[in-house]
Design a protein around this ligand. Structure first.
Ligand code: SF4
Length: 433
């Protein structure tokens, strides 16, 4: 049985992997309140139908033979090391599951001994969970670059989701900061799993039903947001990834001259999630939302930036604009656009109808007309209505104000039966606009 000391080491080591959604928060336990988003161990992920599931998030081992400069498990760092055996993880999962602590497992690992040895440990764990312990819950397992492709494929056979982390967005940065890794060793298994899952002749619906994800560290290396989003777009198109996670670099290695000394602001990560949302659901391309090789502006969300740059395309008439154009209006999301298109078949829509549909009119009114009527502002001053509160001259509440997470703000903007406008808190977590 895994003792408490090893359990603490292995769950702490997994904390920085955000590819299962809930990492990165520094909200600690406070007396008189419930919960702690800072502790390692159990995290949350979201299923495609929106359900939130609790996962045991743990490493098989943190005893890495590699020395990636940005990582807390790197070989050269003097830190307590531990490795678990497959049966120990299986027993832990079953115990926690029976006590209703978790609904699934997120299993990752440092490279212990060799990529094949590590992949074999991971494979054996998921195989035993499914075949011997008869565990039918959710399993997300990390793939190990350079591991034998047959081992990867067999592991995927038992898992719901697999992820190979890109980590750094270019080969040059990988060489500099993670010299034992190679871009192709990360990309090739992704490609193989995508072909297995979606291949023209071998499409297997039950193979990796929750698909693949990946993770990139933001700001550890100098690549711009434009570069990151082009890579993201390429991976969504070519490997059909379900999701790419962005993790702002947290300084863990002050001795490395190539790594920044200060943490990367969370708002940059947030802007990338918003841009990612535009790529996946709004029909934007990376080229449209980024400037040549620059970063996303921090003061405005990427859809507002696009709309401000294309002022000549607005205002659009709500009663006749195409769906593709409606979703490009700041303040109108995919769900609101669908409702508008459905409702206008029966009657002409006015501003009151849009309000009832929960369109964020405060933002949208500067870009639309309803029955030819325009109630917004024109010219440069539109920017004042789109700027994020923390950048406004009057210095309003920060997007990461902890009251968001306690539900004390914007409670009125929660999803409803009639429509949906994501609250700033939800948008901060998902990137939805
Ligand atoms: S291989 Fe993974 S665990 Fe090992 S040092 Fe690199 S990033 Fe960290």
């Amino acid at each position: 049985m895994l003792d408490e000391k090893r359990l603490t080491i292995l769950t702490n080591g997994a904390k920085y992997d955000v590819s299962c959604s809930s990492s990165g928060s520094d909200r600690k336990f406070k007396s008189g309140e419930l919960g702690n988003a800072c502790l390692s161990g159990i995290c949350h992920s979201f299923t495609p139908d929106g359900r939130c599931v609790s996962l045991l998030k743990i490493l098989m081992s943190n005893d890495c033979v590699y020395d990636c400069a940005y990582c807390v498990n790197r070989r050269s760092l003097c830190t307590p090391r531990a490795t678990a055996f497959p049966d120990e993880i299986c027993e832990l999962v079953m115990q926690f599951y029976k006590r209703n602590y978790i609904e699934g497992l997120f299993l990752s690992s440092a490279v212990v001994k060799s990529p094949d040895y590590t992949m074999e440990l991971l494979f054996e764990t998921v195989r035993k969970l499914r075949v011997i312990y008869r565990f039918n819950g959710y399993i997300h397992v990390k793939g190990i670059p350079f591991a034998d492709s047959l081992l990867v494929e067999r592991t995927a056979f038992y898992a719901d989701r697999m992820s190979f982390n890109i980590e750094l967005p270019s080969e040059k940065s990988l060489k500099l900061l993670a010299p034992q890794k190679e871009k192709n060793a990360i990309i090739a298994p992704m490609k193989m799993l995508a072909a297995e899952r979606y291949g023209e002749f071998r499409s297997k619906k039950n193979f990796l039903p929750a698909g693949q994800t990946s993770q990139m560290i933001i700001g550890a290396s100098p690549e711009s947001d434009a570069h990151i989003l082009r890579l993201t777009e390429y991976m969504y198109k070519n490997y059909r990834l379900k999701r790419i996670y962005y993790s702002s670099y947290i300084p863990t290695n002050p001795d490395n001259p190539y790594l920044p000394l200060n943490p990367v602001p969370k708002i940059r990560e947030h802007r990338l999630y918003q841009a990612d949302w535009l790529l996946r659901f709004y029909g934007f391309t990376a080229e449209e939302i980024t400037d040549n090789d620059g970063n996303l502006p921090l003061e405005y969300d990427p859809k507002s930036v696009w709309a401000l740059k294309h002022a000549d395309l607005f205002p659009v008439e709500i009663n006749s604009a195409s769906f593709a154009m409606l979703v490009r209006v700041p303040g109108i999301g995919v769900r609101s656009a669908m409702r508008i298109v459905a409702a206008r078949k029966y009657a002409k829509l006015g501003f009151d109808d849009l309000k009832r549909m929960r369109v964020a009119l405060k933002r949208a009114k500067h870009f639309i007309t309803c029955g030819g009527k325009f109630t917004g502002t024109e010219g440069e001053s539109v920017k004042d209505f789109l700027i994020e509160p923390q950048y406004a001259a009057n210095g309003q509440i920060s997007m990461f104000d902890e009251r968001f997470s306690r539900g004390q703000l914007y409670a009125g903007e929660r999803p409803s039966l009639y429509g949906y406008s994501p609250s700033p808190a939800i948008s901060a977590l998902t990137g939805e606009l």
